[in-house]
Design a protein around this ligand. Structure first.
Ligand SMILES: NC(=O)c1ccc[n+]([C@@H]2O[C@H](COP(=O)([O-])OP(=O)(O)OC[C@H]3O[C@@H](n4cnc5c(N)ncnc54)[C@H](O)[C@@H]3O)[C@@H](O)[C@H]2O)c1
Length: 227
């Protein structure tokens, strides 16, 4: 096998820890470090925080710059926020060094919606440095956008798309299952607007992108119900 890809994790919350556990199962990746702003995590071993005793060397640093002095990853997995502007700021030092960043930031699925100027600036930076940044995830990133686009790929025309988001939240007395659907009230999910934008773009519905987003996505009222 060729050289392993060196990966560092930026943000060691529940999603970052799950990403690391998954990465640790793959032979072609080497986890070289973690970054988290929480003082309680800095200096600890990634393996201790994530329950991965095999990771004996990878440490957690308070900043990317601190980590870069000690280890040089090829890829950063970013799981530290939902806003495109903030994520771009956090990832700029990595992109300047030409690294690849994969992020679960919801708005990064379609960054031009909330951060148009910053998106152009980051694109310019990456073209110069060779850095790359990708926003992806389950939702947004797959279930309510890419998957329906793929499923409708065999359709001659698409008039509307309906999606339903089911969230399991830990509550007092156990797990509560909440179904947010159609016009059933605010769902408060920052991914709705970018899901809509990216879907419209992928389906080439350029003309009604803004109207659809204003009418439905940005008020967080319909999870996904457009067309
Ligand atoms: N696209 C998707 O499918 C999808 C799915 C789940 C979660 N998410 C998003 O992924 C992100 C991570 O989820 P989570 O539940 O682990 O969040 P979390 O808030 O519990 O954890 C984020 C971690 O990042 C760290 N952090 C924040 N700012 C930092 C900085 N400047 N430098 C270093 N570390 C910093 C925090 O200390 C924390 O440990 C959230 O924004 C969430 O909304 C996206």
């Amino acid at each position: 096998m060729s050289r392993k890809i060196k990966v560092a994790q930026f943000g060691l919350g529940p999603i970052g820890q799950s990403s690391l556990r998954l990465l640790a199962e793959r032979e072609n990746f080497e986890i070289v470090g973690g970054i988290d702003i929480q003082p309680a995590l800095s200096g600890k071993l990634v393996g201790d925080v994530c329950g991965l005793p095999s990771l004996a060397k990878a440490k957690i640093y308070p900043t990317f710059e601190e980590m870069w002095k000690k280890v040089k990853p090829d890829v950063i997995v970013h799981t530290a926020g939902s806003r495109a502007k903030i994520t771009f700021e956090q990832c700029k030092p990595m992109l300047q060094k030409g690294l690849a960043v994969v992020s679960s930031c919801e708005e990064l699925l379609f960054p031009a919606h909330r951060a148009p100027k910053e998106t152009v600036a980051i694109d310019k930076l990456c073209r110069k440095s060779g850095g790359r940044i990708l926003g992806t995830g389950v939702n947004p990133g797959f279930v309510l956008d890419l998957l329906p686009v793929c499923l409708s790929g065999v359709c001659r025309s698409v008039r509307s798309v309906y999606g339903e988001r089911v969230v399991k939240r830990a509550g007092i007395g156990g797990i509560q299952e909440i179904v947010e659907r159609g016009k059933g009230g605010a769902c408060g999910f920052s991914g709705v607007a970018v899901t809509h934008c990216s879907f419209v773009r992928m389906e080439d519905w350029e003309g009604d992108r803004d109207a659809g987003t204003r009418a439905r996505g940005s008020r967080h009222q319909d999870p996904v119900l457009f067309g």
